[in-house]
Design a protein around this ligand. Structure first.
Ligand code: CAA
Length: 380
């Protein structure tokens, strides 16, 4: 597979790196410490086209490739993992399905301002009693003469507290042997659509998430995204792309951890020599760098397949599985290299360690990625 970047992809890499290191990185510790939603960075990312990287310009996006999106995601996440996931949810979990499955009206009125970053989107699949087993959801909708009435709750909704719209997946038919789901777009302010306070989490403190509630929430027929009864496929196809975003977030966190640990190891001395003179440290750095490159190759392969229009469920799952677990291992080793200082908030190692961990859980746990990979392997 050819990984020569196009001029456009090199440009977004350089732009994203410059922006992320100058504008985001200096604020990352403060965002984390205060659990602050980085509104000014979201505005800057919108100006740069980062809130809809792979959405065509006609719909408010930057009109670039999925690989360009993965590259920008890595750069933003290397500076601040919270900013990374805010960007990824808007891009992959909201704009992507509205672009692929939405009506002309939804693309004009909702996708366009959201890809421009003027509005924010979120994605509602997970429920308090169904995360990995996504089909077994309790939230449902019943048909009325002019639309649908939604009832239920969705939790861990990243961007939820700030989102102008949610794409939400609910059961609309329980009559057959298999339940059928439908995707809806619901606007903030719709009567019956409410949310609670942001969740308290181990990491990604600036990326607010919450539980959202649908209490006799009436939406018109025009709120359906795609076809009635086909919502689960919309969710699954969306996650195929979303997992590339989270793999890229994991890459960014891991790269930042490796870079910080390498710089520290060059300066810090023990037994009269820099840490880098010890083979124990060299071997750790070598393993970290190798895993990082392997994770990037898997991630970029999945992005290239998405760009080629090929089914990439298994490749995205492999990328997400490997990159997230590698990110945790890399952040763990980085903290070890820092020693006691790694455990202190004086250095970024502890933030990287906390932020890396979520990449093994959201958008499908590592166990779910293995299920997807095995299912694709064994179906032939
Ligand atoms: N694309 C299109 N269709 C797909 C698909 C895909 N990638 N994967 C499955 N489907 C279709 C299947 O073909 C099948 O269609 P038919 O009924 O016509 O045969 C249908 O969907 C059901 O598929 P399965 O039988 O494989 O479904 P399952 O119940 O066994 O579940 C699963 C599969 C992979 C375990 C799925 O439930 C899953 O991915 N779970 C994890 C959920 C998840 O990732 N949640 C993340 C929430 S979002 C989030 O985390 C956001 C955030 O905070 C940042």
């Amino acid at each position: 597979m050819d990984f020569d970047l196009t001029e456009e992809e090199r440009l977004i890499r350089d732009t994203a790196r410059d922006f992320a290191q100058k504008e985001i990185a200096p604020k990352a510790a403060e965002i984390d410490k205060n659990g602050r939603w980085p509104a000014e960075i979201v505005a800057q990312m919108s100006e740069l086209g980062f809130m809809g990287v792979a959405i065509p310009e006609a719909y408010g996006g930057a009109g670039m490739t999925a690989l360009a999106y993965a590259i920008a995601m890595e750069e933003v996440s290397a500076a601040c993992a919270s900013c990374g996931v805010i960007m990824s949810v808007n891009n992959s979990l909201f704009c992507d399905p509205v672009y692929k499955f939405g009506s002309a009206e939804q693309k004009r009125d909702v996708l366009t301002p959201t890809a421009q970053g003027k509005l924010i989107g979120c994605f509602g699949l997970t429920e308090p009693m169904s995360g990995s087993d996504a089909q077994t959801m309790a939230t449902g909708a019943t048909k009325t003469s002019d639309g649908w009435v939604l009832n239920g709750a969705k939790n861990w909704i990243t961007n939820g507290p700030h989102a102008d719209h949610i794409i939400v997946f609910v059961v609309t038919d329980r009559s057959g042997s298999k339940v059928k789901h439908t995707a809806f777009l619901v606007k903030k302010g719709t009567p019956g659509y409410t949310q609670n306070a942001p969740d308290h989490k181990l990491g990604i403190h600036g990326a607010h998430s919450c539980t959202v509630f649908f209490d006799n929430c009436h939406v018109p027929d025009s709120a359906v995204v795609g076809n009635v009864g086909e919502g689960f496929k919309v969710a699954m196809a969306t996650l195929d792309g979303g997992r590339i975003g989270i793999a890229s977030q994991a890459l960014g966190i891991a790269r930042a951890a490796l870079e910080a640990a390498t710089a520290y190891a060059k300066e810090r001395k023990s037994f009269g020599v820099p840490l880098t003179s010890h083979q124990a440290i060299q071997f750790m750095l070598a393993d970290m760098a190798t895993e990082l490159d392997a994770a990037r190759l898997l991630t970029w392969r999945a992005a290239k397949m998405k760009d080629a229009g090929a089914r990439h469920s298994s490749e995205s799952a492999q990328a997400k599985l490997y990159a997230s677990e590698a990110s945790t291992r890399i952040a763990h080793k980085a903290l070890q290299i820092f020693g006691g200082y790694g455990y202190s908030t004086e250095y970024p190692a502890e933030r990287h360690y906390r932020d890396a961990r979520i990449t093994e859980i959201y958008e499908g746990t590592s166990e779910i990625q293995r299920i997807v990979i095995a299912a694709n392997l064994l179906k032939a």
